[in-house]
Structures are given as C-alpha cells and as structure tokens.
Design a protein around this ligand. Sequence first.
Ligand code: GDD
Ligand code: MN
Length: 381
Amino acid sequence: MASFPGVEHGATTGMTGQTLELAVIIPTYNERSNVPLLVERLKNALDGVSWEAIFVDDDSPDGTADVVRELGVREPRLRVLQRIGRRGLASACVEGMLATSARFLAVMDADLQHDESILPVMLAAIRRGDVDLVVATRNASGGSKGDFARKRALLSDFGAKLSGVVCKTRLSDPMSGFFMLTRSCFFEVVRKMSNTGFKILVDIVASADRKLRLAEVPYTFGLRQHGESKLDVNVGFEYLYLVVDKLTHGLVPVRFAMFLLVGGSGLLVHMAVLSFLFVVLHAQFLIGQTVATVVAMTWNFFLNNTITFRDARLHGWKMLRGLLVFYLACSFGALTNITVAQFAFGHAWPWVLAAITGVIVSSVWNFAVSSIFAWQRKGSG
Ligand code: GDD
Ligand code: MN
C-alpha cells in the first residue's frame, strides 16, 4: 500500500495534525434550528477528541444544508453531503459513513433526542478494541424511552421483536438510531445492506455473517426540540421490506415476496369465507367457492395496493380500474395454473408437484401482469 508522509495511521485533520478518530454522521431533513444547537453540544461533549461531523441532508426545503455550510466556514470539522432528488435515512447514513476516513463512525439524529453526552462513553468502549459496535440503548437499566408516546412504544417493541428473526446479535434496543461502529465492521457489511428505510442498525446487524461483538450504553431518549418527526406509516412498511429482504437473502425480490405473503393471507380469507358459507350457512359448494374467490381477490388487491405497491398506490377511479384489471389478471392466472398443473400431471409428475408448479407459475404470472397493468409499473424491483 502506498504511504504518504504523515498519514500512515489514517487521515490527519488540517487544523491540529492529529489523527482523525471519530466521525459523527448526522442524517438531516428539515432540521435547520437544531443544527447550531447540536454542533455546540458536540463541541462540548467531544472536547479533546479528534472528530468531524458529516451532515447528510436530502436537500431539505428549510435550507438545513446551508446552515451547516455557514457554520463550516468557521468550523472545518463540519461537512455536509447534500443529496438532490433523494430521500432515505438509512442510505443517507451509509453515504455519510463512506465519506470519512475516521476509524470510528457514530450515527445520531440531529433533533437533540439522542444524548450526545454519552458519546465519550461509547468512544471509550470502542477504543478498547474488543467490540465492533456500541449501541446507545433506551431499554437497558439506566436507559429509558423518556416521554415516548404509548402507541409508538408498542410499535417500537414489536419492531424490536421482529428484528430477532433476522439478527444473529441480540440487541436490547434494535430500533435505536444512535450507535458507533468501527470502520472495518462497516466495510464488512456495507455491500450486503438493504439500505431501505429507517432502521439502519437492524440492517447492519442483520447483514453481518457473524455475531458482532457488542457493547451497550444506556441513555434517556429526549424530546424533540424543533421541527417534527419524519416517522410515518411508510417507515413501518419499509421496515417490513427490510426484514423480508434479509429473510430471503436477496434471492427473491422483496416486492414479489410481499405479493406472496399477501397471497397467503388471501388463502386464509378464502377458507374463512368458504367455511362460513358452506359449513355454517349450508350454501352450495360452488356458490361458496365463487364468493370466497371474489372476496379473497378483493382482499388481495387492497392489501397489495397499500403494502406491495405502496409507492404506486392507486386512488379513486384509478383504483377501481386497477381492481378490475387485477380480477382479470387473476382469472387468467387461475387458468394458467390449471393448464400447467394438468399438463405436468398428464406427463406423469406426482400430483403434489404438478399442483405446486401450477401455483408457482400462476403467482409469477399474477405478479408480473398486475404489476404492469394494474399498478402500471415498468421494469423490475
Ligand atoms: N437525510 C435524511 N433523509 N435524513 C432524514 C430523513 C431522510 O429521508 N428522514 C429523517 N431524517 C433525519 C431527521 O432529520 C433526524 O435527524 C433523524 O433522521 C431522525 O428522524 P426523526 O424524524 O427525528 O425520527 P424519529 O425521532 O421518529 O426516529 C428516530 O428515533 C428512533 C428511535 O425511536 C430515528 O433515530 C430512528 O432511526 C430511531 O429508530
Ligand atoms: Mn427524532
């Protein structure tokens, strides 16, 4: 490896000639009033440490990036990476982490909800060299969610439980957005990350092939001072995407996996409606089966419209049109299913295999056709 005089052990900061040790990556969207306060707090908390802060701003309409640049004139430790035409908390953090030479990378929010005074404690833990990742946790003794709304606390707990399915490392607060890791650990996982949504910590931990060496530091989640939270229902769905992507190891496209999950729930709905009509009301089987099919297709359409194709969601007349197209696509799908299965069965395939092949072919058909014609999405993904 080529070496340059004075930088054998990492980058040197222009001001002091010290080795750059810590980069604090701060994703921002409309945080202009919080930035100056946060910078002051970081300066106090990290006194004596060689650090820099990288704000990754998604072209906030309130001009957050300009505020950072103005402060940066006097404070070269502050940098801003302004992304135009992009949104996303996780990808913002990843790009910020890629833009620094520091040995240790911290991620924290700009809104002062993360207690910066524990940064030195986290740094001390990671300096010891026997951990890859230090997480600031609200769920260990000494930590707390502060005045977290009850509904959000429940959601957060559910998300934390779900993360156990994809993470080898047990975290007490997987939903935390406040953590520090070594650069080598980051590079170990970065190419495997999904980069969707808000939950970058789960993404990092689930992308590691091994159990990461972990330390946790408790803190109390503060109240937002200025501006508002960007957390909305989308964040929940994006998180679901992340978990499914990790579960399928990227082999099955996430959208198709969601489509199949919705289809599975449709099967349950179908059976429930059929049992009610046929067993409870003693309706004719054919009538029961027909009504159940229509109800299940309708169920699938609306679920797909809110989850699977959320980004191309249909409203009003377009939704009605989409529903009809979906019915049509599924009818052809059913026909394909029967034809393929019959063909395979006729060629001496075992009946179970023939049936499953029919179902798979028709699912791919339904997915492709409804994605192109009902939700009018072109291309894959
Ligand atoms: N660049 C960029 N792009 N930044 C974003 C975006 C985006 O699309 N959306 C949000 N941010 C920034 C915000 O400006 C803030 O600094 C930080 O990401 C967290 O966003 P909030 O809107 O304050 O989220 P929260 O407080 O609801 O959630 C936070 O706390 C959770 C713990 O409960 C986040 O840190 C979550 O990751 C964390 O799980
Ligand atoms: Mn916040």
